[in-house]
Design a protein around this ligand. Structure first.
Ligand code: ADP
Length: 489
């Protein structure tokens, strides 16, 4: 299959969140499985700085309201087999210090930037005559791709299908309707059934309404978003398209996250040879200035500090940390109020809590390796990656049973030799505390059961090849659905 990925961030080029992990690994895995993938990204300043050897391959003119803006299309001089990365250059839009805006904010013209990007991608396909079977767009930034394939670029959409993946429904790219003319679409598209949302332009809704098939990054999240609690205002539209909505759990990169080879951790380990994990634990506690009592379990957390991640619950828990006989090791950046409150807790309980307000990949690896348990009490979680890294490192997740956390973690049932972690349901500190206590008790009092639990956790397989196989099936379904629709009289 010839697959086009249009996405606003992808590893190894740029990353602000989990989207970049997916858009980095899925195309590579699909290429390795014999497909041809065209990956389109904006040419951000950060990508230019990395000094890839890029060659200019085309120039495209995009009408934006009254004026025309030029996009310069680049490609690396040496490509990977099966995978070509394309970069759309437009310095007024993309030569900026950050991808989407200053910390905690947005560039005011983000709508215009990504309208331009979507059109430039399709204009390039048309100009270069690329043969595409499947257009795969991701999140609000590329929500217009499926729209254009059925409107202004219908010629490209005729023999192809589109899949729109929602990585996080909370971010919808909602814009003032005054920028609608920049899309080049007629006002007949600005209706309740299409792109209009409370008299504003909703770019994610475009993808939801127009794509041939939709998916989210876990089966549970694909069901949750049909309900008002998780639907972020779009649940009626999603219910309307529920027949076309699927869920595929993301994979994780086991080359980067492998305790047997990880160069960022102090000692290596694997199932059956776990002495290294004990040493990693010692190193971690030493580095963070915590005492090292081998009988006291270490609870880790690595997270963006935003409401979604359940920081409120963790703070309630930490206020009472003297009641838990464990160490808390927390790494994360985000909202100032959470950084402040976590810092205060660490000051209050210096021999129990270590908090590092930083983005630090090395420390993230060392926490995964050195901790005994890992906390993810999210309010909602489309997929989540850290719980899957934790499993690989024998660090037992304690999670809220939502989204991808619910799909990747099975409740521990020692009597049946089943399960890989602990799950609680109500979004309440008491529920989290009860579950954590249960896990801590098993750690302390039933070491043989803990040992078995850890072995089951480490044997779980969430590799990209599993997920890529499911995406292949979905692409086939999308193409078949498209063909059947075309054959209808
Ligand atoms: P989300 O994409 O919602 O932030 P995920 O769990 O899907 O959550 O992915 C988060 C990714 O970012 C993981 O790879 C995690 O290790 C990493 N990460 C988050 N915060 C930090 C941090 N402060 N330092 C290092 N890595 C972090």
């Amino acid at each position: 299959m010839n697959i086009l990925f249009a996405v606003s961030e992808a590893l190894p080029h740029v990353k602000t969140g989990g989207l970049a992990d997916v858009a980095g690994h899925l195309p590579r895995t699909l290429a390795a499985r014999g497909h041809q993938v065209e990956l389109f990204l904006p040419l951000y300043r950060e990508i230019r700085k990395n000094r890839l050897n890029l060659e200019e391959v085309a120039r495209v003119e995009i009408p934006m309201g009254g004026e025309k803006l030029e996009g310069i299309v680049y490609r690396p001089t040496a490509g990977d087999p099966g995978l070509t990365s394309w970069f759309i250059g437009c310095d007024p839009f993309f030569d900026r210090p950050r991808l989407y805006g200053p910390p905690g904010g947005e560039y005011p013209d983000n709508g215009a930037r990504f309208i331009f990007f979507c059109r430039a991608v399709l204009e390039t396909v048309r100009k270069l005559g690329l043969a595409i079977d499947l257009y795969h767009a991701h999140d609000w930034q590329t929500g217009l791709i499926p729209v254009y394939l059925k409107t202004l670029y219908r010629d490209l959409g005729e023999n192809s299908a589109s899949l729109f993946t929602i990585h996080n429904l909370a971010y919808q790219g909602i814009q003032g309707k005054e920028i609608f003319p920049l899309t080049g679409l007629g006002w007949e598209e600005f209706t309740f059934e299409k792109l209009e949302y409370y008299d504003r332009l909703n770019l994610l809704k475009g993808g939801v309404v127009y794509a041939d098939l939709l998916n989210t990054v876990s089966p549970t999240y694909s069901r949750e978003i049909l309900e008002p609690e998780f639907g972020c205002g779009l649940d009626p539209v999603l219910r309307h398209r529920a027949d076309c909505l699927y869920g595929i759990l993301n994979g994780v990169d086991y080359e980067e996250w492998n305790p047997a080879t990880d160069p960022l951790i102090s000692h290596r380990f694997k199932p059956g040879r776990m002495a290294g994990k004990r040493r990693c634990r010692e190193t971690l506690l030493n580095e963070l200035g915590l005492p090292n009592d081998p009988a006291t379990p270490v609870v880790g957390m690595i997270s963006r500090l935003v409401e979604q991640k359940g920081i409120e619950l963790v703070l309630e828990l930490l206020e009472k940390s003297y009641r838990f006989n464990c160490y808390f090791v927390i790494l994360g950046t985000g909202e100032a109020k959470y950084e402040q409150a976590l810092g205060d807790c660490a000051l209050k309980f210096p021999d129990r809590i270590a908090f590092r307000p930083a983005y630090d990949n090395r420390l993230a690896h060392r926490i995964e390796a050195g901790a005994d348990l890992f906390l993810m009490p999210s309010r909602y979680e489309p997929c989540g990656l850290n719980q899957m890294y934790s499993l690989r490192y024998g660090t037992i997740p304690v999670v809220r049973a939502v989204g991808g956390l619910n799909d990747s973690i099975d409740e521990c049932e020692p009597q049946h030799n089943r399960g890989n972690g602990f799950k609680f349901i109500p979004y309440e500190a008491l529920a989290l505390a009860g579950k954590l206590e249960q896990a801590l008790t098993m750690f302390r009092k039933k070491p043989h059961l803990w040992w078995k639990l850890r072995r089951r956790a480490m044997a779980c397989d969430f590799s990209w090849s599993q997920s890529a196989g499911r995406y292949e099936e979905l692409y086939e379904t999308a193409l078949k659905a498209k063909k059947t629709a075309a054959e209808k009289p």
